[in-house]
Design a binder for this molecule. Structure first.
Ligand SMILES: Nc1ncnc2c1ncn2[C@@H]1O[C@H](COP(=O)(O)OP(=O)(O)OP(=O)(O)O)[C@@H](O)[C@H]1O
Ligand SMILES: [Mg+2]
Length: 476
């Protein structure tokens, strides 16, 4: 609503001193007889009338311009100029309108800048918290709310984060110290390590309330984990190499010394040395193939592979080893099986490692079943499954999640005694990942384990199984 504004003081008459002077001059002229008294009175009256008129116009203009300015005060847009004002007043109002338009533009720019900043803060991937001088949370972006909960606003930071080093750094910065970083961990729900950086912000301008602090967090969990993994890997690999190397050196010393002239001992030691060198060679080969597979892991294979052919060759290659412990390898496949997207050599390594484990860890005189099947259907992606089941002692549930880690063994001594490097399942996992497949492990302690690999089907093309493999035919 526009309010009508009347100037507080309006001069009684515009130009009163001028009127007074005019009256004195006309009176003097009349006294001197230069003009008649009537003419002098008429002159004064005419001037008086003109002054009254001018004063009215002045009052109307001032009122119009004042109420125009008043109308702009709370307004977001310019109003039309007072149309009944004098040209001078309209000029004045136009000047005010220009200043107002300018102010509106600057205000708009400032507002959209603030909105953009707000959105940038919200979109930041890392958590960010703005703290007031009293350590109260002024603002927490979406990532910070996601990490620490929604109820931090306007509360002391200590109500949410209790780490004494972090709070100490915040207090120091709010007390005038320069930026500092603190590493701390959040134990729940899963332990995560963060680097928190506290930076002071000293507001400028008349309304600034002293130093506030900007607290940003960078999640270091993945970096820390991979640093740890690398350190563990180097330690494990050197340990695995050092053991056979120490055995070799020990036997070489013995052969050069006490057993120099003992042909029986020499034969026995040379056999052990041969085994140990073989183990070192296997370890180096496995490490090389693991690092090569890891390098390629992000580029899926483009070729087509016949899972049945690969399974048959793997079974054939391990038949002798199985037969030595009277283990039967039974390969079962449906009549028609689709091709999979895959690299023949890598898939051969997957099948061999799984069947080799089944033979190593099953009981004598039992069966190892290798079963191929088509899975998936209209709803899920079509896959070929390859299941390798044994009748061994099985694996306790606690070990299952860690089985595919490098060098992880349920029974390290037994695995080493069987010539294992502890890298077989790690290699399988990385190859399966590269093939965009899946691996599941089911195990019943005392009964046996089944390792199943699922591989995506290449296309609609179906491969015919040959006669020997139909309906449960055994390859052994
Ligand atoms: N079929 C199985 N039955 C029982 N335990 C198994 C089976 N397969 C694997 N494991 C356990 O998982 C561990 C890791 O297997 P992995 O194949 O990676 O290593 P490995 O067989 O010891 O050595 P290698 O590198 O020569 O294969 C094994 O040491 C064993 O404890
Ligand atoms: Mg193995």
């Amino acid at each position: 609503m526009q309010s009508k504004v009347v100037p507080a003081t309006t001069p009684f008459l515009l130009g009163s001193p001028f009127l007074l002077a005019l009256a004195v001059i006309l009176g003097t002229l009349a006294v001197l007889g230069l003009i008649t008294a009537g003419a002098a009175v008429t002159g004064v009256l005419a001037s008086l009338a003109a002054a009254v008129l001018a004063t009215r116009i002045y009052r109307r203009d001032v009122t119009a311009v004042a109420s125009y300015i008043e109308s702009l005060k709370e307004s977001e847009q310019n109003h039309s100029l007072p149309f009944d004002a004098s040209p001078t007043a309209r000029l004045l109002a136009a000047g005010v309108a220009r200043i107002h338009t300018d102010w509106l533009d600057k205000n708009g720019q400032l507002r959209s800048g603030l909105e953009a900043n707000e959105q940038i803060l919200e979109a930041l991937h890392d958590p960010l918290i703005l703290l007031a001088q009293d350590r109260g949370v002024i603002k927490a972006n979406a990532a910070a709310r996601g990490l620490f909960g929604d109820r931090m606003a306007e509360r002391d930071l200590a109500a949410t984060l209790r780490n004494p080093h972090l709070l100490g750094a915040v207090d120091a910065v709010l007390g005038g110290a320069s930026s500092r970083s603190v590493e701390f961990s959040l134990p729940v729900p899963v332990e995560r390590v963060f680097e928190a950086r506290v930076t002071p912000y000293r507001g400028q301008g008349r309304k600034s309330t002293g130093t506030v602090a900007i607290l940003t967090f960078h999640d270091m969990t993945a970096i820390k984990r991979s640093e740890q993994m690398r350190a563990d890997f180097v330690a494990n690999a050197s340990h695995e190499l050092r053991t056979p190397l120490a055995t070799l050196l020990g036997f070489i010393e013995t052969l050069r010394g006490p057993a120099r002239d003992d042909p029986d001992a020499r034969d026995r030691f040379l056999t052990i040395m041969h085994d140990q060198s073989g183990r070192m060679a296997r370890l180096v080969n496995d490490l090389l193939s693991l690092s090569k597979i890891e390098l390629d892991e992000h580029t899926p294979p483009t070729g087509r592979a016949n899972p049945l052919m690969i399974a048959r060759s793997a079974v054939a290659a391990l038949e002798l080893k199985a037969a030595a412990r009277k283990i039967r390898l039974v390969l079962t496949a449906p009549e028609r099986l689709p091709a999979v997207i895959g690299d023949d050599d890598q898939l051969a390594q997957v099948f061999q490692n799984l069947i080799d484990n089944a033979i190593k860890y099953t009981r004598d005189n039992t069966e190892v079943r290798v079963t191929l099947a088509s899975t998936g259907g209209r709803r899920s992606k079509p896959m070929v499954s390859i299941a390798v089941a044994d009748c061994g002692e099985g694996i306790a549930r606690t070990h299952l999640p860690r089985l595919t880690e490098r060098f992880y063994r349920v029974d390290p001594a037994r695995s080493r005694a069987l010539g294992g490097t502890g890298l077989g399942l790690a290699i399988v996992k990385h190859i399966v990942n590269r093939h965009r497949g899946q691996m599941t492990i089911e195990s019943d302690v005392g009964k046996g384990s089944t390792f199943t690999v699922l591989l995506p089907v290449a296309a609609d093309e179906t491969l015919e199984a040959d006669d020997s493999l139909r309906a449960g035919g055994s390859a052994a």
